[in-house]
Every structure is written in C-alpha cells, then in structure tokens.
Ligand binder design. Structure first.
Ligand SMILES: Nc1ncnc2c1ncn2[C@@H]1O[C@H](COP(=O)(O)OP(=O)(O)OP(=O)(O)O)[C@@H](O)[C@H]1O
Length: 232
C-alpha cells in the first residue's frame, strides 16, 4: 500500500483560485522524493492537503490507506501527530530553550516528564544538538535552528516527514548537511517528501523528483541508480 496516494486531486482556494489540478501520484512507504516547481506552483498547498490543513475540492488523498475526506474533526490531531513537518523558517519559539521547542509536540500529547525527556534528548542527539538543549534558539546559527526544527518534527517518531523548502535560507554546505539528516531518517524507513526549488541540490541526489507547474504535474524524474546519479 502506498504511504500517500493522490487520486484526481484538485484544490481551489476560496475566491476561486485553482491551486492544484487533477493530481495523481503516490509516495511509497519508505520512499524519499522531491517536489519541485516555481513559486506559486502549488507545492505548499500540496503539503497542506496531506496534513489536512486544507481540504481537497475534488478527488481524494489516502494516507496509510485512510481517506482524508472522511476524517472527522476529532481524528485530525491524531493524523497530524503521525506526520513530522519541517518549515523553511523553522517556526521556533524564541522565548523558550531548544529543549522546550523540541518538547512542544510531546507536551501537547500529554507525555510523562520522564518519557518526554528521553524522547527530546534522543531527537536532539539525532540532529547533533544534544549539547545545546539549554540555549535559546536565537543564539544558534541558521543551520542549527533548522536542526532544532527537524528534531521537533521527528520527536513524535512520525512515519512520514514533510518538508517545505527546508534549505531555503541555507548555504550549499549546510543544505547538504540538512539533506543528509533527512536521508538518515529515510534509511530507517521513514517516508520523506520535500518541497524545494533548489534544483542544484536536488539534481545531485538520486531520489524521485515530481515537477509541478501552475498546479499540475508536468513531469517526473524517476529515482536514479548509483551509476546514473551525478557525481560530486
Ligand atoms: N490561503 C490562500 N488563499 C488563496 N490563495 C492561496 C492561498 N495560499 C496559496 N494560494 C495561491 O495558490 C497558489 C499555490 O500556492 P502555494 O503556496 O501552494 O505555492 P508554492 O509552490 O508553495 O509557492 P512558494 O514556493 O512561493 O511557497 C498560488 O497562486 C498562491 O497565490
């Protein structure tokens, strides 16, 4: 069964703007894939549909076989908890420590403090920031802030990670490091879908690329084998 499946999905914003038109694609369980396209192509809208922050106006989306059109309002928080989301601007709280920023999703889910501490430290360890837990995110570099955002996204152990321009503000070296983090999660079975217009970075990686233009899929580059993948 596909992890995410779009079946003839269209989406119009109130006021009539058609953001997505008749999308059909799947993300397999454990796959890592990129979504690319110009600004306004519909990348963020597509990710918001998967999180059920927006609703399809036509067609259906299945996540783990569950039809999102049929989710009741009370089931939406549970659905979102299984997805880790990473944003370009981190959306960190600058009046709290790194630890508290990563702990936030667990506090909302009502974890005991022992479990919470264990999980937060495990997430910070995975992104290499265990020694910064007491600092305020404002004291960290852009790359480190993005790592805090990733730790927060994975602290609930999601089976799917969605990232919206996660390297948008970072230089090429830091962008590569952030991509290797996503690869590490993918290596242990997490499905990853990343929206990015950094074609330079995407082109060097072997993953499937889905191209969007004006809300439509205009083409796909299949996953590359090792021989096909461009060398550094
Ligand atoms: N809340 C909204 N209300 C109305 N129209 C919207 C809304 N959000 C996005 N749109 C429109 O839908 C289209 C797709 O936007 P979307 O943000 O999904 O594109 P994108 O590919 O993520 O672009 P970017 O890379 O600039 O973030 C755009 O034309 C945008 O103006």
């Amino acid at each position: 069964m596909a992890h995410v499946r779009f079946d003839h999905v269209s989406m119009s914003y109130p006021g009539g703007h058609q953001a997505l038109l008749d999308l059909n694609f799947e993300v397999e369980q454990g796959e890592m894939a990129f979504l690319t396209g110009h600004s306004g192509a519909g990348k963020s809208t597509l990710l918001k549909l998967i999180m059920r922050m927006e609703k399809t106006t036509q067609g259906q989306i299945l996540v783990d076989g569950v039809n999102l059109n049929r989710l009741r309002a009370s089931q939406i928080p549970f659905h979102r908890r299984r997805i880790g989301v990473v944003f370009q601007n981190h959306q960190l709280l600058f009046d709290r420590s790194v630890f508290e920023n990563v702990a936030l999703p667990l506090r909302i889910s009502g974890y005991s403090s022992r479990d919470l501490e264990r999980r937060v430290r495990a997430a910070l360890d995975k992104v290499g920031l265990l020694d910064k837990e007491k600092q305020n995110p404002i004291e960290l570099s852009g790359g480190e802030q993005q790592r805090v955002g990733i730790a927060r996204a994975v602290v609930n152990k999601p089976s799917l990670i969605l990232a919206d321009e996660p390297t948008g503000n970072l230089d090429p070296k830091l962008s590569k490091e952030i991509m290797s983090l996503f690869e590490q999660f993918n290596d242990v079975g997490v499905s990853v879908l990343i929206a990015s217009h950094d074609l330079n970075l995407i082109g060097r990686l072997p993953y499937r690329v889905i191209g969007l233009e004006n809300g439509k899929i205009i083409g796909e580059r299949p996953p590359q084998t090792q021989e096909e993948a461009p060398r550094e």
